[in-house]
Design a protein around this ligand. Structure first.
Ligand SMILES: C[S@@+](CC[C@H](N)C(=O)[O-])C[C@H]1O[C@@H](n2cnc3c(N)ncnc32)[C@H](O)[C@@H]1O
Length: 230
């Protein structure tokens, strides 16, 4: 479990360098993973989507290709502010509504959204089952949740690449880009503590999602889970 104040302070502190780090860490694949996640959450065009733990809004922008309106929610104001100019440059300011708030207490009525996404955020929540129930509560029946996150690979090749890449190289790259060593040590630590892909699928089912499934990417180090609100 993560201490929410510590997590919020950490993201406030790295907001300026967050997107650059993500692009380097994913070898330039992060945008295509976000597009895939958005297409899984909304296979057909919808009216209103939620992108929670939105950070600078990259996944919100991918979701805006499929939803007329997107609420981009995050508890870090600096992350939300940092994404503003990019969303404006893409002409998305009117359709992406940035809201400061907590995934664990979503400030929306029941059955508000047609679909929801969370990218590289679920693992940071202090209470993952509660976060999943909040998605379930605020989704309309039949609405899909898609979760994009880093996971510990199960296969030997993936585990070896993960060991070198995530445990050793990424904290150094993050340190070099942001000047903050502890923030990027948090990354592999949070992945180590996270549920494995089958456990996360089970947690989604327990939270009331049906037809839960997942897809592994990048030698099993990235997973996209999805489920349908019943
Ligand atoms: C690694 S960033 C991911 C940003 C973005 N979704 C992406 O695809 O790059 C994780 C974000 O989750 C936010 N976050 C973590 N816990 C949260 C919570 N309980 N409520 C709202 N935001 C949260 C952090 O502030 C941070 O911006």
């Amino acid at each position: 479990m993560s201490d929410p104040r510590r997590v919020q302070r950490m993201f406030d502190g790295i907001a300026r360098r967050y997107d650059a780090f993500n692009t380097v860490a994913s070898l330039g694949r992060d945008e295509s993973w976000r597009r895939l996640t958005a297409s899984i959450a909304a296979p057909q065009r919808v009216v209103c989507g939620l992108d929670a733990a939105a950070g600078t809004g990259k996944l919100s922008a991918a979701l805006a290709a499929r939803a007329e309106h997107v609420v981009a929610l995050d508890f870090s104001a600096p992350m939300l502010v940092r994404g503003g100019p990019d969303l404006a440059a893409r002409g998305l300011s009117e359709r992406i509504h940035r809201v400061q708030g907590d995934v664990l207490a979503l400030p929306f009525p029941d059955e508000t959204f047609d679909c929801a996404t969370i990218g590289f955020g679920l693992r940071n929540l202090a209470d993952i089952p509660l976060g999943l129930r909040e998605f379930r509560r605020t989704l309309k029946p039949g609405g899909r949740l898609a979760v994009l996150d880093i996971v510990r690979p199960r296969n030997a090749v993936g585990r070896a690449a993960y060991g070198v890449g995530f445990r050793r190289l990424m904290p150094l790259v993050g340190w070099a880009l942001s000047g903050d060593r502890s923030a990027y040590q948090y990354l592999p630590d949070s992945v180590e503590r996270h549920l494995d892909p089958d456990e996360l699928a089970e947690a989604m089912t327990q939270a009331g999602f049906a037809k839960v499934s997942y897809r592994s990417l990048m030698l099993g180090s990235i997973a996209i889970h999805w489920g349908v609100a019943g």
